[in-house]
Design a protein around this ligand. Structure first.
Ligand code: FMN
Length: 372
């Protein structure tokens, strides 16, 4: 009998390495995608943004903030893009900074869909699967404004948007990033297609669960074909109930996301990232089985992810890795702190979206404290 004894029943450690497709992670703490709106009108990540990601490169994988693949899809003032040559050059600096510290980084490609306004996306159309406005207002260059009724994408325009995701993903790889995470969560364009409340189309993209899943299948399949499935992840947030992309019928959710993942399974994607309040619950674990690949989880905005939660999720094998948001904002060296059970800095939410270094690159590392 050759080979070492199998570690049957040995819990896996949050601080142990893991491989997600082509991505080899030093530990299972993933920096969750975190919009910080510090890339100015040009959408070019500059010195401050480079420094922010450089500081946090000790996580197993950095997922960048949601980044627009075309100007129509820009959802926030100061959001970075991956459209222009300058934006690509900016992301190359981010990739180099993370790699220089031995880290890994993927770009979250995010089309905002109807969660935007012409005073955010440079006067362009606001688009969605159906012409249904979000009930509410969003922050624009001219203060808070009601969300407009979006233009319902034609089939041809939907195909053009798929092509924009592909071009954006190629640019991300060209910039030296290790891959992309397609943003299918949190009520933005892809999630709008999945939700029966936001998508009332009667063509091939609407109606049945399979039809509502079609656009996301097409985006992810095309991106995987372009840059290699092993460097593509997908983020979803079934039942999140955010930005009017409601999903209130569990059977429909299971059918819609099941149809999505059944079709993505053969691709062999790097990972599926699920935001859901019960990562260990039936729904997420069923979706994991149907996906058949590595699972990253996050329990959502309701409570801030704790060390104990992350450790338990990985040890119980409910996930292969955990996406961690606000603790990584507040602690550039979070993995070191969690590994050594050191105290943490508290996040300052009023500075999440403010301009400048305050609340962004000025959270101290343990070393700074020792030195001071
Ligand atoms: C300031 C802020 C910005 C966020 N931006 C994004 C984003 O761009 N894309 C995304 O998928 N999720 C985004 N999220 C959600 C986080 O990735 C994460 O799911 C959430 O913060 C809950 O995890 P936590 O308790 O570890 O913070 C954001 C959350 C916060 C607090």
């Amino acid at each position: 009998m050759a080979g070492p004894p199998r570690d049957v029943g040995t819990p896996v450690d949050l601080f142990s390495p893991v491989t997600l497709g082509d991505l080899e992670l030093a530990n299972r703490v993933v920096m969750a995608p975190l919009t910080r709106m510090r890339s100015g009108a040009s959408g070019v990540p500059g010195d401050l943004v480079v420094e922010h990601y450089r500081q946090r490169a000790g996580v197993g994988l950095v997922v960048t903030e949601g980044t627009y693949p075309n100007r129509e899809g820009q959802a926030f003032v100061g959001q970075p893009g991956i459209v222009t040559g300058d934006q690509v050059a900016g992301w190359r600096r981010v990739a180099d900074a993370v790699h220089a510290r031995g880290g890994r980084v993927v770009l979250q490609v995010m089309h905002g869909g109807r969660v935007t306004h012409p005073d955010v996306n440079g006067g362009r159309r606001v688009v969605a699967p159906s012409a249904i406005a979000i009930d509410g207002a969003g922050h624009t260059e001219k203060g808070k404004q009601l969300y407009p009724v979006p233009h319902a994408l034609t089939v041809e325009e939907a195909r053009g948007t798929v092509a924009d995701f592909v071009a954006a993903s190629r640019r991300a790889v060209e910039a030296g990033l290790d891959g992309v995470e397609v943003h299918g969560a949190n009520g933005y364009l892809l999630h709008e297609f999945l939700s029966p409340a936001a998508n009332v189309r009667t063509d091939e993209y609407g109606g049945s669960p399979e039809n509502r899943a079609r656009f996301v299948v097409q985006v992810v399949t095309a991106v995987a074909a372009a840059i290699g499935a092993g460097r593509v992840g997908l983020r979803i947030s079934p039942e999140h109930g955010i930005q009017d992309a409601l999903e209130t019928d569990r059977d429909d959710v299971r059918a819609t996301y099941g149809a999505l993942l059944d079709q993505l399974r053969p691709l062999g994607l790097a990972y599926l990232s699920v935001l859901h309040r019960e990562p260990a619950g039936d729904l997420v674990q069923e979706l994991r089985r149907r996906f058949g690949g590595p699972l990253v989880v996050n329990s959502g905005f309701g409570s801030v992810t704790t060390r104990a939660e992350a450790v338990a999720l990985v040890e119980a094998a409910h996930a292969d890795a955990v996406a961690v948001g606000r603790p990584v904002i507040a602690n550039p060296d979070l993995v070191e702190r969690w590994a050594g059970e050191h105290p943490e800095n508290e996040p300052r939410p009023h500075l999440f979206y403010s301009p400048g270094a305050e609340g962004y690159t000025d959270y101290p590392a343990l070393q700074d404290r020792r030195a001071g």
